[in-house]
Design a protein around this ligand. Structure first.
Ligand code: EPZ
Length: 417
């Protein structure tokens, strides 16, 4: 079983490019079935969730080539509207194929998606919204048979929570529906804007992405396009947390600083100096940071739930106390047990955890239980004294493209064995 061996306490120095965004690439790949044509996606990160999306596309009859960060998907011969259960269960993002298949073929057969066990993660908002667009959905104990016997039509849809995935499913499905769809309380994450940019590049008519109310004028067909995926703000937050944990000075390139507003203010509060120039962020971190007072996860533009874990790993040996409040997922402190083994002082009660920074963490044998929890153990290990052996790399590899190479380029002592 592969492991990461991390010798901590090496200051990080230098510069590093940020990978393309996983959570942008996945819905864009699902949407690429709509055009029945060739989409060329640049800056596509090579990680296991993207490989799963590629396998889903191939299982549907699309031809896909992926090399050197560029993915070409030709969906002209796509013939199928069923996704094998084994692929659906590999990741949560597979649910976005539901809206895409309905729009392209008028039907979709798939089961409940899998993914990290960070909460119950229902799909009720997706199903309700797609029904409003004309889908008829038969749920046979988690196996969904969906049709649109009277076609798809525009609708007024108000989400009760700004779900990222439900917003993406509506945008994708509605762009080939007849008439206008108005989606209110939509998610405002940068990944939503990136999906709208890709779809508009294919000829869709989507406005308001990023503003909370998205208007989609249905069109009769789309065409292929080229698109470059935005930089991954969570991978950027993880690298910055690594630097703040280990101490040092790191410049991230190929990043969009405005996507990291709520995250960067936490680093400043910790006593780090943040310098933004164009598409770069430089973080200058002391050997031991101050604890941020409160980390409260919220939908964008609030502090992202995906950065909570790496920031907790970083804060574990800070000076002071941090209150974490996880408002998005019910079970997103899966990394705390392993952090305690490394000497952290953290108490969890439901969605709240209280972290008292310790003077020093020590390396330990630990196992990741979810993607961002794995990132928390990496950031903690980089700041810890001695050697940490991290197992459960299948989680890390779902969302990070060769993270050890990025960290090695900054001077970290990290090896995969
Ligand atoms: C996306 O998940 C991301 N995944 C997640 O990243 C991210 O944490 C999350 O958005 C929030 O930013 C992808 O983009 C592939 P949601 P998604 O629908 O779409 C509840 C990572 O680590 N909800 O906004 O699944 C839900 O249970 C991953 O990269 C319903 O109740 O998130 C959760 O509590 C993890 N019913 C909240 O809404 C629904 O039908 C937010 O979920 C849908 C969601």
């Amino acid at each position: 079983m592969p492991q990461l061996v991390i010798e901590g306490q090496k200051r990080l120095m230098g510069s590093c490019k940020v990978q393309g965004s996983k959570n942008s690439a996945l819905p864009i790949l699902a949407a690429s079935v709509l055009c029945g044509d060739v989409s060329i996606i640049h800056n596509c990160p090579d990680l296991s969730d993207v490989r799963t999306a590629v396998n889903i596309l191939r299982s549907l009859g699309c031809s896909v080539e992926f090399a050197g960060g560029t993915l070409l998907c030709d969906s002209s011969d796509m013939a199928c509207s069923s996704i094998p259960d084994s692929l659906m269960r590999k990741m949560r993002g597979s649910i976005i194929f539901l809206g895409a298949l309905l729009a392209r073929t008028g039907s979709a057969n798939l089961c409940l998606p899998g993914g990290c066990e960070i909460g119950p993660r229902p799909i009720d908002l997706h199903l309700k919204a797609l029904e409003a667009l004309g889908a008829q959905i038969n749920d046979d104990h988690g196996v969904f048979r969906c049709t649109a016997p009277f076609g798809l039509h525009g609708a007024k849809i108000a989400l009760s929570f700004p779900s990222v995935g439900a917003t993406e499913n509506v945008m994708i499905c509605a762009c080939l529906a007849e008439g206008t769809t108005v989606l209110t309380n939509a998610a405002r994450e940068p990944e939503i804007c990136d999906l709208a940019d890709y779809l508009n590049g294919c000829g869709a008519q989507i406005s308001g992405a990023g503003d909370g109310t998205i208007v989609i004028e249905g069109v009769s067909r789309l065409h292929g396009t080229q698109h470059s995926v935005i930089p991954d703000r969570i991978a950027a937050a993880t690298l910055l947390s690594s630097c703040a944990a280990a101490g040092g000075k790191v410049t991230l390139t190929d990043v969009i600083p405005s996507h990291l507003g709520a995250v960067l203010s936490i680093f400043e509060e910790c006593g780090c100096f943040v310098d933004i120039r164009g598409g770069t962020i430089t973080l200058d971190a002391p050997n031991r940071i101050y604890a941020p007072k409160i980390v409260r996860t919220m939908p964008y533009p609030g502090f992202p739930t995906d950065a909570q874990a790496p920031v907790m790993g970083m804060a574990a040996k800070s000076r002071g106390t941090t209150l974490f409040i996880e408002n998005i997922f019910e079970n997103r402190y899966l990394h705390v047990g392993a952090l305690l083994r490394m000497g952290a002082n953290i108490k969890v009660e439901g969605r709240v955890s209280v972290l008292q920074g310790v003077e020093m963490l020590h390396g330990a044998d630990v196992c990741a239980l979810d993607l961002r929890g794995a990132a928390a153990l990496v950031t903690a290990a980089l700041g810890a004294e001695g050697r940490t052996t991290l197992r459960g790399l299948k989680y890390l590899d779902r969302g990070y493209e060769d993270i050890e190479a990025s960290l090695q380029s900054l001077g970290a002592d990290v090896k995969r064995i």
